[in-house]
Design a binder for this molecule. Structure first.
Ligand code: PLP
Length: 395
């Protein structure tokens, strides 16, 4: 599924000397390594500022609080994501409002967000939090339009200049683009994860939050350090959300490779696409073409023409998904289900009152999605073996 050792073998000397540099400096938390990483991420994403922190989850919380999300507010987000996309909203004191996903991309469906706002506007709607799922940006043009229209219609309701904020969960999307603009520069704030399986990954937990607003970056620098503008003086309740210097040093080594690694992921995705098309398993159709839905054993997800996808995951929709997964495991082919239970059906969110059938696209996706092996060092022979094995299963 993911063999990190192959990556390590190629960068071992550089990583070890970066770690040695931190040990020699005896400066272990924040400091010059983290500041250098923040500058590099700013350059990569096109955001105005970046603030290094302890994890992607922490980055989401910082992004929400800096965008003025507070207790009593509502935040619209997708029902089909990792738990942290929603739990960070709760940690900020707000209520997540789950909306279904687009059946082609599985990203938050902007048309359904509009319908939610028009028919059942959540109380104190403060933000929309789209997730760039699997490394492909959500429809940011549509979300921009929603914000603009909303600002016009509800001008008097907002004391804050931006009304409803767009906050990107870019945890899976480092290096991704929408209309040539980097993920992380598309919303007011954006959260990235450097969890070890991510396209750009640390040797432990780490994350970063980017913003187009320098004043929000200043606020987040305080929040990640106990709300403290100056040592032992506290203006508000923050937390220990700081980044380790060793993680920043490792990430800076890897950052030099990220464009090449993402390019290789794109090539692998093209190889998968082509092999699936010639296998007859998909008939080359995508999952939003309903004529194909009942017949093809495997369906591919849609690609937005505006998006540069970075294929954090290569995900198919498969009939008899769980049996297929077992079959692949017997051949020692790794696969994973992101995600088996949509957020609105997680027991911890039962207080929101949603039930099975309420968000059917997410629920169906949870039954069908399967992520296949995807990492830069994967070989074409391995990809062929995966697709041949899938064909064997359905034969
Ligand atoms: C979409 C999404 N959001 C948030 C996170 C949380 O990131 P982390 O694990 O670094 O806290 C992750 C990663 O696990 C993720 O995939």
């Amino acid at each position: 599924m993911l063999d990190l050792r192959r990556q390590y073998d190629g960068i071992r000397e550089d990583v070890l000397s970066a770690i040695a540099r931190v040990c020699d400096s005896q400066s272990f938390i924040l400091g010059p390594e983290v500041e250098a990483l923040e500058r590099d991420i700013t350059a990569l994403t096109g955001a105005a500022c970046a603030v290094g922190c302890a994890s992607g989850t922490e980055a989401l919380w910082l992004a929400l609080v800096a965008a003025a999300v507070k207790p009593g507010d509502s935040v619209i987000t997708t029902a089909f994501s990792f738990f942290a996309s929603a739990s960070a909203i709760v940690r900020a004191g707000a209520t997540p409002v789950f909306v279904d996903v687009d059946p082609g991309t599985l990203n938050l469906d902007a048309a359904l967000v509009v319908r939610q706002i028009k028919t059942k506007r959540p109380d104190n709607l403060r933000a929309i939090l789209p997730v760039h799922l699997y490394g492909q940006c959500a429809d940011m043009d549509a979300f921009d339009r929603i914000v603009q229209e909303n600002a016009k219609e509800n001008a008097e309701e907002y004391s804050h200049e931006f009304g409803v904020a767009i906050i990107e969960d870019a945890a899976q999307a480092i290096g991704a683009e929408w209309n040539g603009r980097g993920a992380g520069s598309l919303g007011i704030t954006a959260a990235f994860s450097f969890y070890p399986t991510k396209n750009l990954s640390a040797y432990g937990d780490a994350g970063i939050v980017t913003t187009t607003r320098p004043e929000m970056a200043e606020h987040m620098r305080q929040l990640r350090n106990h709300g403290s503008p100056r040592r032992y003086y506290h203006d508000e309740f923050g937390w220990n959300g700081r980044m380790d210097a060793i993680q920043a040093a490792v990430l800076r080594v890897k950052l030099a490779h990220i464009a090449d690694w993402n390019e290789r992921r794109l090539q692998h995705a093209a190889t998968y696409d082509q092999l699936f098309a010639s296998s007859g398993l998909t008939s080359g159709r995508t999952s939003n073409q309903t004529s194909n839905q009942l017949t093809a054993p495997v369906r591919l997800l849609s690609r937005s023409p505006q998006a540069k996808h970075v294929f954090h995951q290569y995900v198919i929709r498969a009939q008899r998904r769980d049996e297929l997964r077992k079959f692949l495991a017997e051949r020692k082919i790794g696969s994973e289900v992101y995600y088996p239970l949509p957020l609105h059906l997680q027991p911890v969110f039962s207080y929101l009152g949603l039930k099975p059938g309420d968000l059917p696209v997410s629920e169906q996706a949870a039954r069908e999605v399967l992520a296949l092996p995807m990492f830069p060092e994967l070989t074409e022979a391995e990809i062929r073996w995966v697709v041949e094995s899938i064909a064997d299963f359905y034969a």
